[in-house]
Design a protein around this ligand. Sequence first.
Ligand SMILES: [Zn+2]
Length: 376
Amino acid sequence: MSAGPVSSMPVVWSPDTRRHDPKHEVWVGVPTPGTEVSARVDAILDAVAGHPLVEAQPHGAEALHRVHDPELVAFLASVHDRWLAGEYVELVGQDRVVPYFFPTPAMSAGLPLRDAPAVHALVGRFAYDTMTTVGPGTWPAVAAAADCALTAAALVAAGTPAAYALARPPGHHATPAGYGGSCYLNNAALAAQALRDAGRDRVAVVDLDAHHGNGTQAIFWERGDVLYGSLHVDPGTGWFPHVLGYADETGSGGGSGATRNLPLAPGTGDDAWLDAVSALRDWVSDAGCDALVVSLGVDAAAADPESPLEVTEDGYRGAGLLLGGLGLPSVLVQEGGYHLPSLGSLVAANLDGHEQGQVSGTSGERSAGSGPSAPA
Ligand SMILES: [Zn+2]
């Protein structure tokens, strides 16, 4: 299925994406080993070796400010140096930036808040969880991941049918002015905005990651020119991001109806998962979009430790066929996926499916109960 000319989709990557080392995640107050590790980059590179490799080109802060608050960008670029200038390493041995204090609406109670002068108290203005640490290589990797997405978008804007951005760390949980969920800057949103800026009228973002992309949803919530559709494990069953990702969230203002969430029960496998992909495919098709961004998280796979969904490699290939079959210029952006032994082959299967879908134009009907490529 992947033989011959179907492996022409460029893979955009950067060696700098290996530089972020979360070291640990602080979950329910306990440091646990990080799962968003640099070995993910190499696992994927190995699996997509048949594709042409393109190194990401640097983009300035202006491109990042198209979807992010400049204060978030400046904070991420400088906070680790500020942390090291404090006494956190000497006092408690903590060389990663981790918040302990969150100025939520429950604290401010409507009163005006100023920025905390102490860096360890300021972090909680931007970080919304304790799992997403900032270390010495985090900013170079975050900037490189954004560059991967922007370079892939530039290739597609210039006429390449589809390009894959090997973005790491992932991005879809990053909001206009906040970071969390192992995400710092929203790579998929940057790609969608870049396609708009290159003249595409209406861009669809379809999010295949096991978790709801609350950041992407937030960025485009009030916009009708970028659709956001996601299928993900139902946050109502206790999964991240817990408070967002429900079916009744459909956008507002100019973006009314331009957000669509399809929460899925834990244990959902290929058939129901591909039905949801089909529903989003039809939604995008009916909306008259002229470009597509896929948030390609592969953590919905059965073996993945970070979600209870049970999608197979054939499922991810089938999703690629369905979305590629839309025939739209496409930027595929890496999101989650944490089971190192299968991570690369899941990504490669989706890329193969997408490219085959684009080539054969299989945008037609998906027979009930089984994907066009899912034999079992
Ligand atoms: Zn995820």
